[in-house]
Design a protein around this ligand. Structure first.
Ligand code: G3H
Length: 195
């Protein structure tokens, strides 16, 4: 069986300020994670002949992948974070204050709620289909470095979690979720590399 390693990008400057979306760079803590991740991947995949590193097209995932050497890297737009549309760059507090109806409708149905001029979780799940097909097809390990909403959807697919749970799945920073797909089903291990 070959592993799929899922991880969020290292902490971004916007994570620190509580802002969603945007294309921020990673913080110092995020940089430290990128180094720890590279170390982990090097050890974990040492005996593998091939493997690939998949990121989104956003800086925070590309920077997180940058210390990893020796494996091809592929950028997928489909791995970009949920598009928050007009709310991109705002904090949840700002959304609540300035767009209370939007805030409430998202709270009521986070799975189906679509940000004005942006996406819903259902949209994200749909655009991930080609990524999932390609992941299923790969014979060698893949490290997926992406974002919270996207990883919730990917993880739910492999862990067979119900649709309605997806927006609420805990997806901590600085943690690797290793999925092994074998004949007996899916096995999961978690590695928390730092706080
Ligand atoms: O910027 C988007 C967040 O990573 C997704 O989190 O869907 O819980 O608001 P949320």
């Amino acid at each position: 069986p070959r592993p799929i390693l899922l991880t969020r990008h290292g902490q971004s400057r916007d994570n620190v300020r509580g802002r969603i979306g945007g294309d921020p760079v990673i913080s110092e803590a995020g940089e430290l994670y990128s180094k720890k991740l590279a170390n982990f991947v090097e050890k974990r995949l040492k005996s593998e002949r091939t493997a690939s590193i998949w990121t989104s097209t956003l800086q925070r995932t590309i920077l997180t992948a940058s210390p990893i050497v020796g494996f091809p890297k592929i950028q997928w737009r489909a791995l970009d974070e949920i598009n928050a549309g007009v709310c991109d760059g705002m904090t949840y507090e700002e959304i609540k204050k300035n767009m209370p109806e939007e805030y409430e409708s998202r709270k009521k149905d986070k799975l189906r709620y679509r940000y004005p001029r942006g996406e819903s979780y259902l949209d994200v799940i749909q655009r991930l289909e080609p990524v999932i097909i390609e992941l299923e097809r790969q014979r060698s390990p893949v490290v997926v470095i992406s974002h919270q909403a996207v990883l919730r959807a990917l993880y739910a697919y492999f862990a067979d979690r119900p649709l309605k749970e997806i927006p609420h799945i805990e997806m901590p920073l600085h943690t690797i979720i290793e999925i092994q797909m074998g004949v007996t089903g899916v096995q999961e291990k978690r590695y928390k590399l730092m706080d």
